[in-house]
Design a protein around this ligand. Structure first.
Ligand SMILES: NC(=O)c1ccc[n+]([C@@H]2O[C@H](COP(=O)([O-])OP(=O)(O)OC[C@H]3O[C@@H](n4cnc5c(N)ncnc54)[C@H](O)[C@@H]3O)[C@@H](O)[C@H]2O)c1
Length: 341
């Protein structure tokens, strides 16, 4: 889908370069910016656009662009999105939306005041098995959900954290629930509803001492308002490679597990009303050379964003829901702090 939408990009790191390729594919990239100006210049040369070292200069020089895309460290998402919205741009921001629900609220308010579109990248919502199970839940095919179990077992080593200074810091990164696993928590809440209480949580830094400022492993116990019980087991200590990103739903009318490393297949299902069909195969994971990230569905995110922007299509990614993911992560962190000894 080629359009005349003009984009600008802040943050020319690992995911930023992938976004740049998609902006070029779906519209036109007008300008890029990075505090590391060499990265901005390299990308600008590739796409024949302007390069800047700070967001303010990018916004001022590229007023004719419509959409600001934010691919900077997590803690910068809120201030940069608000700056972009105030300057009159629509904003597409990488996950997590922000590092606090308060910041998410400020972003949502800024978008509504400016009358501009704000959307968070939640590409796992487009995974075929995720969409199939979401549809089944909406059709009440599973009946009452009794319990849900989210397993996130990935691998991140010291080299990953050494690649970028912000990674591993409490202030800019915020933790593995934000950076590695917020996609999975988003899907958990999309299935189960966001009215949820953290009953218990504990965490520890078991293999990343002196590398990261937060836990590398944790477990949280949840209770949903609809009565379902839940658990999250998350770690970046999986042996040598990403091992699993899965959701198991145990319900009145059956049991089903979306499995793989990235919620990319139906691992098993036994359902009263027959199997949930899911013939479309998932995309590959994003490969950054030394490590792998989530599913490579950013093209679907762009197509969706443009449909909303140009044709007022309803979004399947709601900002309130993105905020609720952040709120749940905050609650887990609070519970961990409360229980730490
Ligand atoms: N959706 C996904 O699957 C996915 C995948 C990877 C990363 N992300 C998210 O994208 C963001 C970036 O991650 P990354 O892995 O590309 O990080 P990165 O470190 O590779 O890139 C971040 C870039 O931002 C630049 N930067 C820092 N402060 C800046 C500022 N004030 N103004 C302009 N540029 C600035 C850095 O110099 C760097 O080039 C993070 O929020 C991360 O959570 C999402």
């Amino acid at each position: 889908m080629m359009t005349s939408v003009k984009f600008i990009l802040v943050g020319c790191g690992n995911i930023g370069v992938r976004h740049a390729a998609l902006m070029h594919q779906f519209g036109k990239l007008e300008g890029v910016c990075d505090v590391d100006e060499s990265k901005a210049k390299q990308l600008a040369e590739q796409y024949h656009c302007k390069a800047f070292g700070c967001l303010n200069d990018l916004l001022t020089a590229c007023k004719n662009a419509a959409v600001l895309v934010i691919c900077t460290p997590n803690a910068l998402h809120a201030p940069q999105a608000i700056q972009g919205l105030h300057a009159g741009f629509h904003v597409l921001v990488e996950k997590p939306m922000a590092l606090s629900a308060m910041d998410c609220r400020a972003m949502i308010d800024a978008a509504s005041q400016a009358g501009k579109l704000l959307m968070v990248v939640k590409q796992n919502r487009f995974n075929p098995p995720v969409l199939a199970v979401k549809h089944a839940i909406e059709q009440a095919l599973l009946g009452k959900i009794y319990s849900v179990h989210l397993n996130c077992l990935w691998y991140r080593d010291e080299a990953y954290y050494m690649q970028s200074k912000w990674r591993g810091t409490k202030q800019l990164d915020g933790g593995i629930l934000f950076t590695q696993f917020s996609h999975f928590i988003d899907i958990l809440l999309w299935f189960m509803g966001s009215d949820v209480k953290v009953v218990a949580a504990s965490a520890a830094n078991l293999a990343h001492q002196n590398i990261i400022e937060f836990e590398d492993t944790g477990v949280a116990q949840l209770q949903f308002a609809n009565g379902a019980l839940g658990s999250i087991h998350y770690s970046i200590n999986a042996f040598q490679q990403n091992a699993e990103g899965s959701i198991l739903l145990n319900a009145e009318n059956g049991i089903i597990k979306i499995g793989g490393k990235y919620l990319d297949n139906i691992a098993f299902q036994t359902l009263k009303h027959g199997d949930i069909a899911c013939t479309e195969t998932s995309a590959e994971a994003n490969d950054y050379g030394s490590y792998q990230g989530s599913i490579r569905n950013h093209d679907k995110v762009y197509a969706h964003f443009i449909e909303i922007l140009l044709h007022n299509k309803a979004s399947i990614i709601q900002n309130e829901e993105a905020m609720q993911t952040v709120a749940l992560i905050e609650s887990i962190h609070k519970c961990i702090q409360h229980n730490s000894f």
